[in-house]
Ligand binder design. Sequence first.
Ligand code: NAD
Ligand code: LMR
Length: 330
Amino acid sequence: MSQKSPIKIAVTGAAGNIGYSLLFPIASGQVFGADQPVELQLIEIPQGLQSLEGVKMELLDSAFSLVNSITCTSDGDEGFGDVDYAFLVGSKPRGPGMERADLIRENGPIFVGQGQAIDRSAKENVKVIVVGNPCNTNCLIAQHQAKRVNPRNFTAMTRLDQNRAKAQLAVKSGAAVKDISRLAIWGNHSPTMYPDFENALINGKALTEVITDSEWLSESFIKTVQQRGKAIIGARGKSSAASAAWAAIDHAADWSRPTAAGEWVSMAVTSDGSYGIPKDIIYSFPCTVDEQGEYHIVPDVALSAAAKEKAMKSAEELLAERDAVKGILS
Ligand code: NAD
Ligand code: LMR
């Protein structure tokens, strides 16, 4: 197999729980392809660097043939230097009894410095995936600092919510996860997100014709997806990590190749006003990705009145989050 030129990938919080699950699939070629060499630029706070050295040792010991280099640093300009992709994971996770939005005061400022470092040092066409919570608004903060980069290149992760929703629907219907398509998450990665089952398909058939328990769909299903992060914290005592890493992998891989015909992928992207969602918030829409790696918000999705109301409620929450951080938006 012929070798391509290496791509540079930054991962912040690389010594954390998600980082530990994310780096090995990236290094193995599962994200960017089995013929795509990578240069890993791992970023931690100074207190995390010793632990990060251990992660680097394990990456080396895995003898990945696609890994050309591994840099460990606390310096944003070194870490984001010339990168093609940036996974912004590093930030505090919530604990029991907290909402993700409660993290904004502590985590928001992290994304100011990182947005500025991306602006100074990353490739102009860098693709940014924000995972650290509250991820939609952290993404907005970083994006506002990085004026050199196209705002479209800043996205936040709602893919975990899409994956969770598909898994719930598969269990309920008895179908395989792969048979469920067009299940999109609308809005914020928060308890207001709306997993749209009305447009979803199972084996190409309307999901609502296969799962006819409408009360389960409109009550239990939605709540389970909205509250899944909290349920995992309740059970594990710490937030989801491996499933979050796999969702980040899905997000990045699906952003780098054309979407399968007829399928949608959930990505939180800058609202362009589609569906009446206010502009300049990072909002999860159903998207497709084209041959050039450009995403597009799917047009003309039919939303019921109830769905529109839920979609708008999540937008209102994002406007309130934006308002809360207006002092650090440039
Ligand atoms: P963790 O505490 O295990 O790891 C976070 C790491 O980030 C730590 O190693 C810490 O040292 C590092 N860090 C903190 N500030 C940093 C900075 N300024 N620069 C670089 N590194 C920094 O947490 P985790 O479980 O890996 O979760 C990370 C974040 O991801 C949390 O905010 C969590 O809520 C979020 N998360 C999001 C989703 C999602 O679906 N969007 C899912 C799961 C978790
Ligand atoms: C999740 O959805 O699992 C993460 O966002 C972690 C959390 O705080 O819920």
